[in-house]
Structures are given as C-alpha cells and as structure tokens.
Write a protein that binds this ligand. Structure first.
Ligand code: DC
Length: 238
C-alpha cells in the first residue's frame, strides 16, 4: 500500500453526468477530506491547447506543450481552483468546446503521464475524494474505497439539459444525448487508461436515485469498506 494509515483515499469513477462531481464534493465536505476534480485538470490542459491552436493529434507539439504548461490546483474557501500557468481558469473550462477538446486530448499518453503524477502526489499527503475516469484503476490503485458511478445516457443527457436550461442556454436533449454517447465511446475505447470499472470498485447505478439517496448509499459503501461496520440496518434491531 502506498498510503499511510491516516490517509484515506476514496476513488470515484464514471462517465460524464453520472453524478460523480456533485456527490464527490458533498462526500468530501462531510468526511472533511479534500475534493480533487481531475477532469478540471484535463480541461485546463485542453484550454491551453485551444489557446495555442495545437492540434491534439500533433504529438510533437503536445510534448512541447506538456513541458511548457504548468497546471496546479489550489483551494480557495474549500473550493478547488485550477491554475493554468498561474491563471485561475475555473470559469473558462466548462464550455462545450473545452469538453470536446478535453475528451480528445486526454487520450494522449504524455498528457496523462503529466497529470496523473500530480494527482498521485496530492493523494499521498492528504485524505481525498478524487473523481475522474481512471482513479480506481491507475491513479489510486490502493484506494481504500472505490466507487464506479453510472447512469443511462438518457438520464445523464437530461441532467445536463436541465443544468443548461437553468442557466438560460438554448439546448436540445437529443443532441446532448448523442454527444454523451460519443464522448463515452471515446473515453471507454481509448488506448491509454480507458474509462472502466476497477475490479474492486462498487458499481452504483444512479439513474433512478436522487442526490440524497445516492449520498446515503455511498456512505454505506464507505463505512463498509473502511471497516466501520456495514451501515445497512434500517429500523430498530430486534
Ligand atoms: O469529468 P469531466 O467531464 O470534467 O472530464 C473532462 C474530460 O477529461 C473527459 O472527456 C474525460 C477526461 N478525463 C480523463 O480522461 N481522466 C480523468 N481522470 C478525468 C477526466
């Protein structure tokens, strides 16, 4: 085990819209752990490539970009802030353009090598809830708790649709669902660290569950895995 006893690592993986970040954030708060959103790091890298007009298929330029770019994370009021060469880019990395570029550029082995090293380092020193696509399989193979969250493409598209609509952005459910299916396919079939459930991860389908219901289930899984006794008794024990 690479973890010391006092450091707890909780690894959460799953496709876009499965509820990972909402739940990971809530869990981290309740457990008093640091939340690490690894997708935001791939998004910051993607933003850099877009700004530099680098084609994600250009291996030489990607290699140089990995040498030039400095991506770090910091915490302000307990919120993760991603710094791209020192600039806070939190407000710039949630666009569809960045999402698409991140999905393509995160398949690059050199990009992954750079960001995985940073992620491993973060989890060594402090208890974390880390979410992404390869956390249980590659980044934190020794995590004490691994959860693979999932939901049907339709449900995930509807969640995204509701989010965009609430922001007053025009969108179309069918198009969003199609984009989600394409992104899943890219994330699951790439050669480097494809999205897949770690063998020792607990599978959690959130399609029919509310955020609060998922949170209860996750806490049961954590208690169970950390050996605090499975918290699965409802009602008074007879
Ligand atoms: O979770 P997200 O949508 O913010 O992730 C953005 C992209 O980065 C997504 O296409 C998958 C990729 N990603 C990855 O390859 N590995 C991770 N650990 C996290 C995200």
């Amino acid at each position: 085990m690479s973890n010391t006893n006092s450091v707890i690592n909780i690894a959460i993986d799953g496709p876009a819209g499965s509820g990972k970040s909402t739940l990971a954030k809530r869990l981290a708060k309740e457990q008093g752990y640091i939340y690490v959103d690894t997708g935001a790091m791939y998004r910051a890298m993607a933003l850099y490539l877009i700004r530099q007009e680098i084609d994600p298929g250009d291996a030489e330029k990607i290699e140089r970009a990995c040498q030039d770019v400095d991506i770090t994370i910091d915490y302000v009021n307990n919120e993760q802030v991603v710094l791209l060469n020192g600039e806070n880019v939190n407000g710039l990395i949630r666009t569809e353009e960045v999402s698409k570029m991140a999905s393509v550029s995160s398949a690059n082995g050199r990009v992954r090598e750079k960001l995985v090293a940073l992620q491993k380092e973060l989890a060594k020193k402090r208890s974390v809830v880390m979410d992404g696509r390869d956390i249980g399989t590659v980044v934190l193979p020794n995590a004490q708790v691994k959860i693979y969250m999932d939901a049907s493409p339709r449900v995930r598209a509807k969640r995204r649709y509701d989010e965009l609509s609430a922001r007053g952005e025009a969108c179309d459910l069918e198009t969003i669902e199609q984009e989600i299916i394409e992104r899943d396919h890219r994330d699951m079939t790439r050669e480097n660290s494809p999205l897949k459930q770690a063998e020792d991860a607990v599978y959690l389908n959130t399609s029919e569950l509310s955020v609060e219901e998922v949170l209860v289930r996750m806490k049961e899984i954590i208690n169970d895995r950390l050996g605090n006794g499975p918290d699965t008794t409802y009602g008074e024990k007879l």
